[in-house]
Design a protein around this ligand. Structure first.
Ligand code: DON
Length: 334
């Protein structure tokens, strides 16, 4: 009898431990429902303001709002204007980083460009001076222009073609430049040119600084929808395999490195606050997009142009945080 009791107690203890460890996995219908809820909850939230230091961005409809989630199998969950396009802006930096990492390796990125936060705004010049001429990471403008300059190419045309083809492979469709945004930003990118020249003075640039700034400006003007951004981020979540085309876009060994940089610097000087709330690597753009990655599972993308003081979309942050909370997607809580 005593033995029976012992066995019973052991079963209770181990069974309980197993139950407590079983990770919660949301069903397809739950994901679809939570995406709709997030859309309804924040549809009329009008906090923030469109970026206006690039004139064309001030003219984008601030009401545009779209949420898209793509899982590792290519299943899609969406709400709102998911096919409406905005300029990708700084989110492009993730994909050009992936390209340079594939060509030159992750040590090159760490040593030459850097992988640490600046704690300063994304277009800071002081940050370069404070770090002995280092851009600090590939997501502030300095590090992104530097990253672009290191794409292996004979000339500007070839560098651009490779960057455009790479982003299109991530999106599983042929992406095009928004010419209006490109012209607007090109006529007003003296600060980025100054940053690139300063980096050249510190021996950091892989190609001519003004040429690299022009290619970088074009890469930021690429036109994408929330749907595209979700497919692009799901490719990183899925160990570099595009869930739509099933092709290996970048080596799987680099996706944890890319996510680490996203966690450190993806939302600039609010990266810590964001990680504290969601636990997810993410990247924002001043066009209003944010992508967030649930490693091994989902790419989440939200587009809504009005931004907070850090240059991150207000509604996108709220909608992603809601989805993460409701579906239990914070990896630190697993
Ligand atoms: O270089 C710039 O300022 C813009 N093309 C991109 C900045 C950006 O998206 C910062 N992100 N939140």
């Amino acid at each position: 009898m005593k033995n029976v009791l012992k066995v019973f107690i052991l079963v209770l203890i181990f069974g309980g431990a197993l139950y407590a460890k079983a990770p919660y996995v949301a069903s397809k219908s739950e994901i679809a429902q939570v995406v709709q809820e997030a859309y309804k909850k924040y549809k009329d939230d009008n906090g923030g303001k469109n970026a206006d230091y690039i004139k064309a961005l001030a003219e984008v409809d601030p009401k545009l709002f779209a949420i898209a989630v793509v899982d590792k199998n290519g299943n899609v969950y969406e709400a709102g204007d998911v096919k409406k396009e905005v300029s990708i802006q700084s989110i492009s930096k993730v994909f050009t980083l992936a390209l340079v990492m594939s060509e030159k390796g992750d040590e090159f990125v760490k040593e030459k460009i850097g992988v640490n936060a600046t704690g300063l705004p994304f277009n800071s010049i002081i940050a370069i001076e404070q770090h002995n001429g280092s851009a600090s990471n590939p997501f502030v403008n300095a590090g992104a222009i530097e990253t672009t300059s290191w794409v292996e190419a004979k000339n500007s045309q070839e560098r651009w073609s490779k960057i455009a083809a790479n982003m299109s492979t991530f999106a599983a469709r042929d992406l095009k430049v928004n010419e209006e945004v490109y012209k607007s930003e090109l006529s007003d990118n003296k600060r980025n040119q100054a940053i690139a020249k300063l980096l050249e003075a510190y021996g950091r640039m892989g190609s001519d600084p003004l040429e690299a700034t022009t290619v970088y400006t074009k890469q930021c003007s690429m036109s994408v929808s929330a749907h595209d951004l979700a497919v692009m981020s799901a490719t990183i979540a899925n160990h570099g395999i595009n869930p739509v085309t099933k092709t290996q876009v970048i080596p799987a060994k680099y996706t944890p490195k890319i996510m680490a940089v996203m966690a450190t610097a993806g939302l600039y000087d609010n990266a810590g606050g964001w990680l504290y709330t969601t636990g997810l690597p993410a990247k924002s753009g001043v066009g209003g997009g944010i992508i967030a990655i649930v490693p091994g599972e989902y790419g989440i993308a939200v587009v809504s142009p009005p931004l907070d003081v850090y240059g991150n979309s207000v509604r996108a942050q709220k909608a992603i945080a809601y989805i993460v909370e409701k579906l239990g997607l914070n990896p630190y809580a697993k």
